[in-house]
Ligand binder design. Structure first.
Ligand code: SIN
Length: 290
């Protein structure tokens, strides 16, 4: 018997990764408006597992936009020109002849240099290379919880300085590689501005604390000289990217992944030179970290 939207919604299955970080959701059709209970279940899984994967969801750009808006208003995406006719969708594209590091190819939490960084990023896979192109995700909440109490106490009052300068400033890596990339990246002196956030932030839904720093966007610690801040940050990055905090996502075409920028970092891997990779990306507005 054909299932109506309501009964189909009841079949939603959330399958967490063994660590609890990352989960797959099946039994839902993201191309249609979600019933309130299904949306609530997806939001709960997103908060609980940090990264949620929906296989076999070949959404159109309009459906991706509509899915995104069920989580909240679009975030503000600077430094990459959006798609024609889709001002809130970025195309993450790498052509077969590109040799440079993939876009997003170092650990970061999206746009953490903003006053209110995006709560979520949603990525939908269009063209996936036959090898490589995985995305790594890091569980910054579990990493925080695993720190010794003395380290937690030391970090409690610290505020990290975030900036887009290393990625999008006039002297950034991207600025030197613009002609080598298919993506319309925008380099601007605006990127050199800084914004300060708590180094440890508290998730507004789960109440869990997470390290909120990244090698791409964190440029220092407020009130600390670089020769003190840099070794501390390096030690925390080494701690964060240990295997037990990582979920490695292997893409297939037509997958949708939503992640929580408030308690994760991610890193787009290469390994597919000679092949094209195309993804479509939206963000959901977030709140000021506390
Ligand atoms: C990103 O950092 O948003 C890109 C992630 C990816 O392409 O896997």
């Amino acid at each position: 018997m054909p299932k109506d939207a309501e009964s189909a919604g009841r079949e939603i299955t959330v399958t967490p990764q063994p660590t609890g970080f990352g989960a797959e959701i099946t039994g839902v059709d993201l191309s249609r408006p979600l019933e309130p209970m299904v949306l609530a279940e997806i939001k709960a899984a997103w908060a609980r597992h940090g990264v949620v994967v929906f296989p076999d969801q070949p959404l159109t750009l309009e459906q991706l936009e509509a899915f995104t808006l069920q989580f909240g208003p679009f975030g503000h995406d600077p430094y990459v020109k959006p798609m024609e006719g889709h001002p809130n969708v970025l195309e993450v594209r790498r052509e077969p002849d590109e040799k440079v590091t993939p876009f997003g190819g170092n650990w970061h939490s999206d746009w953490s240099f903003q006053a209110q960084p995006p709560a979520a990023t949603i990525l939908r896979s269009e063209i996936i290379p036959p090898v490589g192109g995985d995305t790594l995700y890091c569980d910054a909440a579990s990493a925080y919880e695993a720190l010794p109490d003395a380290t937690k106490a030391k970090l409690a009052a610290l505020r990290a300085i975030h900036s887009a300068s290393k990625a999008y400033g006039p002297d950034s890596a991207y600025s030197r590689e613009l002609h080598l990339r298919a993506m319309p990246i925008i380099v601007s002196p605006e990127a050199d501005k800084t914004y300060v956030h708590p180094l440890v932030r508290t998730h507004p839904v789960t109440g869990r604390k997470a390290l909120f720093i990244s090698p791409v966007y964190t440029v220092g610690i407020e009130g600390m000289a670089p020769n003190a801040a840099d070794p501390l940050l390096a030690e925390l990055y080494k701690h964060l990217v240990q295997d037990q905090f990582i979920y490695r996502h292997r893409w297939r075409p037509g997958m949708v992944v939503i992640w929580d920028n408030r308690c994760t970092m991610h890193n787009a891997l290469g390994g597919y030179d000679g092949h094209r990779r195309v993804m479509h990306r939206t963000t959901v507005a977030g709140e000021a970290p506390i």
